[in-house]
Design a protein around this ligand. Sequence first.
Ligand SMILES: [Fe+2]
Length: 316
Amino acid sequence: MQKSTAIGRIETAVCGPWVQRHPEPITGVPLLPRCRLAQQLPRSPGMPHDLPSFTDLHSHLVPDVDDGARSVEESLASLAALRSEGVGALVTTPHLLVPRLTSEAAIDRELAVHREAFDELADAVGQRSDLPALGLGQEIWAPDAATLLRVLDRPGAGLAGTRWLLVEFGFELQGTHEDVVRAAVAAGRGIIIAHPERYSYLPGIEPLEQMRRWRGLGALLQVNAGSFTGHYRNHTAGSERLAWEMVAHGLVDLVATDHHGARRTGVSPLEAFGALAARGERSLAERVMAGAPSEMMREAVFELGRAGVRSPGGAG
Ligand SMILES: [Fe+2]
């Protein structure tokens, strides 16, 4: 059950209700022309000043609900590591394996399990000053439109209270899955397709062309940070090549970590940023790792650690 009754809200003329539940309601947070939460947070010590503050929309750091972080402690360590690499805001997205949830009640129960574990993590995050702002979402496994429609209207479905849905089709694609995109768009939701560079496409389907079709229908494409540095080459051999081809063809809308906690190390937003910059794609990296996701989360609900309360925009 959500703890929303304990929430203190930040109401401003230009921002959505960013939320902090733990200490007193936030006052004195300066109003910015565009509210970019990540940019209001202090930089981590040692972070280069010319780097943008990243907003990460895909990770598995809700403790012990999926194949990601196993404990609050593991989640906190992963969050601290990401903060040290420049992640200022993060929506963590436990797997919502809808095809395995055989009833509507089972979906509700699973979302409640996510929320309860997230709340426990958020309690701990609220006591720290060295962590990203934290929101809750899901990575929704929806191989067809009917599956997506089972979760679309549920309270809490989406990224941190926004219209955006992070959706995966399963690594072995069974078709074009374009009906999923159409269903989301028809419902007025934004859809982000998770790591299309990691899918196995059916024979006869050219991956880049399929990606163009998804985008043409209104989807955004999210590449995993680790794909640029070959992190998944043992699992999906072509993922690194395809990620760079997506860059070359202008098909990257977002880059996120898909961080799974300590059990799967090797995904580094800073290394991805550096790899893109080294190939002359720094402005793209800034857009897909900072500008675009930050803008998409303008209306999001985040937990703010103490850093976000006491010194927004401070500490250089
Ligand atoms: Fe994921």
